[in-house]
Design a protein. Sequence first.
Length: 440
Amino acid sequence: MTKVVTRFPPSPTGLFHMGGVRTALFNYIFAKQNKGEFLFRLEDTDKERSKKEFEEELYSGLVWLGLPPDNTDVPRQSERTEIYKEHLHRLIAEGKAYEAEDSTTGKGKVVRFKNPNGAITFTDLIRGEISVDTTDLEDFIIARNTDEPVYHMTVVVDDMLSGVTHVIRGEDHTSNTPRQILILEALGGTRPIYAHLPLVLADDKSKLSKRKHGEVVSLAYYRKKGYLPEAIINFVALLGWNPGGDREMLSLDDLIQEFSFEKVQKGGAVFNVQKLNWINKEYIKKMGAEKQKRGLLEFLPKDIDEKMLDTVLPLIIDRIHTWGDVTELWESGEFSYLLEEPVVDPGKLVWKEETREAAREHLTKVKEYIEKVSEAEFNTESIKASIWPYAEEKGRGSVLWPFRMALTGKDKSPDPFTVAGMLGKERTLKRLRNAISLLA
RNA sequence: GGCCUCAUCGUCUAGCUGGUUAGGACAGCGCCCUCUCACGGCGCAAACUCGGGUUCGAAUCCCGAUGGGGUCACCA
């Protein structure tokens, strides 16, 4: 049994695409599952469009996701031209490729592969046998000139030389496979096993593309928004694959354990952000408070009172799907009453059909109960215990609504006991007195 | 258009060797909890593309149609 070797060979011509993320993931999983190697290399033969920043983006993305490649030195095709040339020249020498006039401009010479014009049949781990008549491909170009090979040539040589056993890539490469098999056979290499993954689709069912669908196609977007790598891995794995039952929450280790090509879907899968959001939230809920806090801190104002954050933490967690959501939540003033005195509308202090007098009376009573709660025991539970019987007697809405409004000034907020607990005795009393005076 | 390929709720999917009230999840809607919001609990709605076969019986097997997607670069 030869060692399994998979690879992820993006071209650094754009941000790390979510489709690429899934391709990388499946390559990683399959390699690990078989105690093999997961290789990373850069296909930067297009000098015009290849950018250093994208190389970094790609590599750091893999590391961030928890899918570090096994090779420490990252090969760049732009630095391997001598190797490709050697193979290219061999093909020419053996009559398997030839130089030809540039058919479009008539200037210069390109290298074409001498197509034997037969049928190529290969086995795809996901789709079974695929058979193509290569005659339609004609004598395709494999190099811009005798020194500059293009994609098909470089892929084949690299895969062959690095001992790649499994080529796992997107379905958009299916039509490239026969060409590459042709070159590979001319070179005398061993055929790897192919697996073409169904595409990751946008809402309109077309391939996710930067041009058409914008920044939401790249990993960078989700990193910026504060999604968790585990959640992204989990979600993306479920795009076109599933463990067979009802399980949906799967760690990378689970995936390595459970993955099989038989369970890979044949049709494309729409990238559904809402599901990603849900999964992300599940991961957030599962982690400890300390981690949650650290996650939020990155997206909150620098000068935020960390002690206060401890108390609001559970409230925030209930209301967000990603760390980034907290920014908007915070800026919307959702918790503004914690930082500053609320502006209270006197009319709003009165519950439904009740009178101002009644509201004033309830608030006065509440103030008295609050005063009796000792400073040391001033927490949600004890506050609730002291006021609850009265609220039950007079009607919860009649008492609790003005109470909460006095503290927050908002139609929507957590319950008054929780808010009072967060504010502390002094501030709670101050706001109650203020509300009472407004009703005078 | 040629070639390749795919087809179960809006979306992700279960369904492996034919017999199920076609299951789950997200989203949606409703109810409950409740002073409001959020959380949570419960529930509802929602699919086998169509047409032929094979069979006692088809979402499942075969053929065809239709529809979708991919690809047809000196880009990868």
